[in-house]
Design a protein around this ligand. Structure first.
Ligand code: DC
Length: 335
């Protein structure tokens, strides 16, 4: 008889969330360990005391775990412990090396992972990197650093001062006054430029093009490199950008490089703008993306480039969940 452990977390204490989470966790344990359901003798559940809406054991019965013995217990409330967490221990009649399974926020329970890890996601505009990075951060409950926002904030400062972002000399002297930090509100990044929250001003077309232009100056990159490394040094986080896997964190634990056809990337941006109620011309958006690709990938310093050890994913024909699944399976394979 061997014991296999597992844990997962839910977003809300709701019956359906508990049912889905229990089914996902047990199915994943079965798959990872190539288990036959009849080999499972019993399952012990323990859930944190903030879970009241449903019995995990009942959810397991409903998910088809019919013949094994089931038992549910509640853990004491301890300060700082993981919230909304369901743990399991499966006793199995089989001789195997158990593969324990930790999903969602419970990944942080793994000592090797909890130690700290960084995920680098690079790629051109519209490849889906920020959507994916945000979704991954929410799922694993880790921090998301949007590094493009830092370059955008630098471009915004230049714009406000009437400085041409291409002008190396003027940009260089501007850097002495440039102070960019980030903080988080409900998990969402706020970008602070010289003490003012400028998050809502970073997505205009002029700032977008300005960021691409200003990011080619080595002095700008060096300054922002420190901001990024400082955050990544002590925090488990996912960063998206152009040079995360190559320059900012060449030793990142996980590196991904997302690509997609320019037409598809332009369409994504177009739909995104429309959803926000912003009217844009598709062709000029596409031209802007192509121009940015060119600027970002041909600059001399830290150009947009796939790191040799990054996993490339063409997202042209994949939806968010599919890309996320590929990334998660690669991460979970290693940890
Ligand atoms: O990812 P984004 O669209 O917010 O980035 C805006 C610009 O900033 C992008 O065109 C190039 C630059 N950038 C960069 O040079 N390095 C990064 N790590 C992130 C962005």
């Amino acid at each position: 008889m061997i014991a296999i452990r597992g844990a997962t977390t839910i977003e809300k204490d709701e019956k359906d969330a508990i049912r889905i989470a229990v089914k996902e966790l047990l199915t994943e344990i079965e798959t990872k360990n190539s288990l036959n359901r009849s080999e499972i003798m019993s399952i012990v559940f323990s859930s944190t005391s903030d879970i009241h809406s449903y019995y995990p054991a009942k959810a397991a019965r409903e998910a088809g775990f019919e013949s094994c013995a089931l038992f549910s217990a509640t853990e004491p409330e301890i300060d700082g412990s993981l919230k909304l967490c369901i743990r399991v221990m499966l006793f199995v009649e089989k001789n195997l090396t158990p593969k324990h399974v930790y999903l969602h926020g419970a990944l942080t329970l793994r000592k090797d992972v909890a130690k700290k890890y960084n995920v680098a996601i690079d790629g051109p505009a519209g490849s889906g990197k920020s959507t994916i990075a945000k979704a991954l951060a929410a799922d694993y409950r880790i921090l998301y650093l949007d590094t493009g926002a830092l370059y955008r904030a630098a471009a915004l400062m230049a714009e406000d001062l009437g400085i041409d972002p291409v002008d190396a000399e003027k940009v260089s002297s501007m850097l002495e006054q440039l102070d960019i930090t980030v903080n988080y509100e409900d998990g969402a990044q706020r970008t602070i430029l010289n003490g003012t929250d400028v998050t809502n001003r970073l997505r205009s077309q002029s700032v977008t093009m300005g960021a691409s232009a200003i990011s080619k100056h080595p002095a700008v990159r060096t300054k922002l490199l420190n901001v990024q490394r400082e955050i990544a040094k002590n925090t488990t986080c996912v960063l998206d950008g152009r040079d995360i896997g190559t320059v900012v964190l060449p030793n990142a634990d996980f590196k991904f490089f997302l690509t997609a056809d320019p037409d598809i990337r332009a369409k994504r941006r177009y739909d995104e703008m429309l959803a926000k109620g912003i009217e844009v011309d598709f062709d000029s958006l596409k031209n802007e993306i192509i121009l940015r690709d060119k600027q970002d990938s041909t600059r001399a310093h830290a150009p947009l480039k796939k790191a040799e050890d990054a996993i490339e994913i063409d997202t042209s024909r994949l939806n968010i969940q599919e890309v996320l699944a590929v990334i998660k399976s690669k991460i979970q394979e290693k940890i």
